[in-house]
Design a protein around this ligand. Structure first.
Ligand code: GRF
Length: 206
């Protein structure tokens, strides 16, 4: 099975997936990350990709006027690779519904909140401001509405009264690195699908 991972930044989730899936699976060639694509040329995740011997591709968003135009360029790169699964790992762009619909049921995202709470950005600060006692991360299928597709798996962490947003970000990120490779494995093993607006694992609606 072929995976393409889209990133914009540091790529710690990419690294977790490389370590847990790509490196192990290479022996029997069951799973391969065929490329990492970034919209930013200076994303550190590109270095991680090349360190792992994975092709890295930049589809620069700078200077591209419209979302439609950018997403068409991105889709053209992806379609050359014919992936079974597209993993958004800190890809910080809103995707057009045309793009999302094209890959419906085969694109997943990780979001740093317990969805449906806190879609969008600054999730950790928002959890602190709301005095939440529990916060976390969610892996979900990508559908046209931002951060709103069927949820596959969530991890919870406590919020402590003296936490900064950075403390919380690190605590959540540690959990992201556990749940994201796991969900990818379920999908690649054909245990996980999206049907209608529902995630199905081992024949059961989640
Ligand atoms: C993570 O917080 C993830 O939840 C969000 O973007 C961040 C990516 O971090 N979607 P990294 O690039 O994987 O380190």
């Amino acid at each position: 099975k072929k995976i393409v991972i889209l990133i914009s930044g540091s790529g710690t989730n990419l690294q977790a997936i490389v370590d847990k899936l790509h490196n192990q699976a290479l022996d029997n060639k069951q799973t391969e990350i065929v490329a990492v694509i970034s919209n930013k040329a200076d994303a550190f995740g590109l270095q991680r990709a090349s360190d792992a011997g994975i092709e890295s591709i930049v589809v620069a968003s700078k200077g591209i006027a419209s979302r439609e135009e950018y997403d068409a360029l991105l889709a053209a790169e992806i379609d050359k690779l014919q992936p079974d699964l597209i993993i958004l790992a800190g890809f910080m762009r809103i995707l057009t519904s045309e793009f999302v619909t094209k890959y419906l049921g085969k694109m997943i995202n990780i979001h740093p909140s317990l969805l449906p709470k806190y879609t969008g950005i600054n999730t950790h600060q928002r959890a602190i401001d709301a005095k939440d006692e529990v916060h976390g991360a969610s892996v979900h299928f990508v559908t046209p509405e931002l951060d709103s597709g069927p949820i596959v798996l969530q991890a919870k962490v406590p919020v402590f009264s003296n936490d900064t947003a950075e403390d919380l970000r690190e605590r959540v990120l540690t959990q992201e690195h556990l749940i994201y490779p796991l969900v990818a494995q379920w999908f690649l093993a054909e245990r996980l699908t999206m049907q209608g607006n529902q995630a199905i694992l081992d024949g059961k609606a989640l």
